[in-house]
Design a protein around this ligand. Structure first.
Ligand code: ADP
Length: 497
């Protein structure tokens, strides 16, 4: 299948280099081992670019640089106005290079160019701009204590932050992590996901162009257990911020007990999206579609358990399936594409594995239910948008995170049944509620145990609004003022007067 969009020459140059190097202490370097790995274009299954493969030795070099930048070079004690200026420049540069970044993201991840260009890239710029505004607003307190003393607090950066990010929103997740960390004066070693390292590396160049001092941000691409594991275990890393699967989050939780470094974890989800019969049905259908098929369903907060009030369940499922069947599937670079390929062969196998499990469990695919192997799709990792009915909340497809374009439509009797079934999961990342009854909306929003509840909307984000999980969806809140808490610690100072 021909991609409809003409590639930006800068993107062609970026992917054609013999291999992309990693950023350590302001320099672009090969891995100490000399190893590289391939990143693949999921629309074609072909190698897109080669990338230096960082492991423990590279992490060691990067942590040393970040340590020096923090302990000696004075990033934390730099004038706030200077940090603000650099972060604002980063935001401007992301916008200036938006077309290039969006194409690179789409090539590497598979997502539609409309999403990359109109959602991810602007949100990444907006996140840096939002945190640029926080730099001089991180206040301590003056405490009215014994008059013989002057007692106050300082909010100081945590130190060196190890940031491990996933492949579903590569540039945006880098922005969510870097923005607050840098605003608060921390230095960073960032490890992008092995499936999608390219936009983080391009962002590294933009950080340099914006005037980021050497060693403040180091970017080490590589694999989870090696590069990621080395970062998690490193005694000189003060904090780990992780977004990814619940299993790896639990491993990080265990691994960091040895050094007691601070940890924040944003993990998986199996979010209930609850549609009451009194909802604006057309809006709910659109919300349900976007809630589960956005980014091919590779979204931790995707509304994958779609609870529909029993009396309109069948009709709603049919309309949803009709819409899902009409969604345009294709390579992300084609501007008409609504559903692109999954990120990798591994993800393709995982999702199609769950399609088989669902059918064996007795669920019925009203639409989709299989890989798309039509003409032009043979080599890419395409799965048809799938709507399952006949799903019970205790089936594996209703309990386990699939991370693909698959929704289970499940009936409920009444409000308490919706809340009971909605909460019947060990995840708690997000939820949706669709109703015209304001009181009901308030009651259900409070009763659902999740870090975000969207009422008559879904997947709404802003840099100012916190995001994170209840239960096994993780701990710590990113974005808004809550990220400032993650990247600062409080010092109490007593001065005898
Ligand atoms: P997924 O299963 O969706 O690929 P992962 O949780 O495996 O999600 O990956 C998210 C990020 O965590 C990636 O950057 C990956 O390299 C990293 N990672 C995976 N395993 C580990 C590990 N054992 N230690 C540290 N980081 C890891």
């Amino acid at each position: 299948m021909e991609a409809a969009l003409k590639l930006d020459p800068a993107v062609q140059d970026f992917v054609r280099a013999p291999f992309r190097k990693m950023l350590i202490d302001g320099k672009w370097v090969a891995a100490a081992s000399g190893k590289t790995f391939d990143t693949v274009n999921p629309a074609t299954g072909e190698v897109l670019a080669r990338v230096a493969e960082g492991d423990a030795e590279d992490v060691e070099r990067a942590v040393r640089a970040a340590r020096r930048a923090f302990d000696e070079d004075g990033w934390a004690s730099s004038k706030p106005a200077e940090r603000t200026r650099i972060l604002l420049r980063v935001a401007d540069l992301i916008e200036k290079n938006a077309a290039e970044l969006a194409q690179l993201e789409t090539l590497d991840n598979g997502k539609s160019i409309n999403e990359s260009l109109n959602v991810d890239v602007p949100a990444a710029a907006g996140t840096f701009r939002y945190y640029a505004g926080w730099v001089d607003k991180v206040y301590g307190q003056t405490i009215p204590s014994d008059p013989a003393f002057f007692n106050f607090t300082l909010r100081e950066p945590v130190g060196v932050a190890g940031q491990i990010i996933p492949w579903n929103f590569p540039l945006l997740m880098a922005a969510w992590k870097l923005g607050p960390a840098l605003a608060c004066g921390n230095t960073v070693v960032l490890k992008p996901a092995e499936q999608t390292p390219l936009t983080a590396l391009r962002l590294g160049e933009l950080l340099q162009e914006a005037g980021m001092p050497d060693g403040v941000v180091n970017i080490v691409p590589g694999f989870g257990p090696t590069a990621g594991g080395a970062l998690v275990k490193h005694p000189q890393v003060d904090k780990i911020a992780f977004t990814g699967s619940t299993d790896v989050g639990k491993e990080i939780h265990r691994e960091t007990s040895g050094t007691l470094k601070r940890v924040s974890l944003e993990l998986g989800g199996k979010s209930p999206n609850i549609v009451f019969a009194d909802a604006d049905v057309e809006a709910a259908v659109q919300g349900a579609l976007m809630g589960v098929f956005f980014n091919q369903g590779q979204v931790c907060c995707a509304g994958t358990r779609l609870f529909v009030e029993q009396k309109m369940h069948d009709e709603f499922a049919d309309v949803l399936a009709k819409h899902a069947g009409g969604m345009q599937q294709g390579p992300g670079l084609d501007p008409s594409t609504q559903v692109g390929p999954l990120v990798s062969q591994e993800q393709l196998e995982r999702v199609t594995g769950y399609l088989d499990i669902g059918k064996k469990e007795g669920a019925k695919a009203l639409i989709g239910g299989e890989r798309n192997t039509g003409k032009g799709f043979e080599k890419g990792y395409f799965v048809k948008p799938t709507v399952f009915t006949g799903v019970k909340n205790d089936m594996r497809i209703a309990q386990e995170e699939i991370f693909g374009p698959v929704v289970s439509v499940i009936p409920f009797k009444d409000e308490s049944d919706a809340v009971l079934q909605g909460n019947n999961t060990f995840y708690g990342l997000a939820a949706g509620v669709w109703t015209r009854d304001v009181s009901k909306a308030h009651r259900v929003a409070r009763a659902i145990r999740a870090g975000t509840v969207w009422v008559n909307c879904y997947n709404v984000f802003e840099a100012a609004a916190p995001f994170g999980g209840y239960k096994q969806s993780g701990y710590g809140r990113e974005l808004g003022s809550y990220s400032i808490d993650l990247y600062t610690q409080v010092k109490t100072v007593w001065m005898r007067i």
